[in-house]
Design a protein around this ligand. Structure first.
Ligand code: MN
Length: 174
């Protein structure tokens, strides 16, 4: 079914990062949120890894040897299959103008290091939510495209807790 621990849809997330401690931190955080992280340390392999893995989100460091994060973002954007995958950049040196450069290259979000765990997790979920509900379900678009597999799945997306439902089950158990 692909649903995570809290009913959040499991997402495949590619991490491009050359720092082992950050890789561990990001992977642990994402796994704790029910996602499936995969890390690449060598940015020269990132594009191939992404093509094979088919991520729902790419998180990339900017300061990377060989192929910089900015170059990688541009390469992903130019790729036929990966061009629309949301990208979150993570950078240690946010100088003036960096955010603009990162966004201009094609990343949707950026988080500065050292990361705030809350901000990191919130940004990930935000990007995944946008990807799952393209066009934010505008009413006209709705009428044009009535093919929704399971309205419940997107209707519940922003709900953090499992909710009080569970019809027929025990109630007032808390
Ligand atoms: Mn780095």
């Amino acid at each position: 079914m692909g649903a995570g621990e809290w009913g959040v849809e499991l997402a495949k997330i590619l991490i491009v990062e050359d720092n082992a401690l950050n890789i561990k931190l990001f992977c642990d955080l994402l796994a704790a949120h029910g996602h499936e992280p995969q890390a690449v340390t060598d940015s020269r392999l990132a594009l191939d890894s992404a093509r094979t893995f088919g991520p729902d989100l790419v998180i990339t460091d900017i300061q990377l040897p060989h192929v910089s994060g900015l170059e990688l973002i541009r390469m992903l954007r130019a790729d036929e299959k990966l061009g629309k995958v949301p990208i979150m950049a993570v950078t240690a040196y946010a100088a003036q103008g960096d955010e603009e450069r990162i966004r201009a290259a094609g990343a949707q979000s950026y988080v500065s290091k050292p990361i705030s765990v809350m901000k990191f997790a919130a940004t990930v979920e935000e990007l995944l939510a946008v990807e799952r509900a393209p066009g934010e379900a505008a009413p006209e678009e709705f009428n044009d495209k009535p093919e929704i597999d399971d309205p419940e799945s997107w209707a519940n997306e922003e709900v953090d807790d499992p909710g009080p439902q569970d019809p027929g089950g025990e109630e007032d158990s808390t």
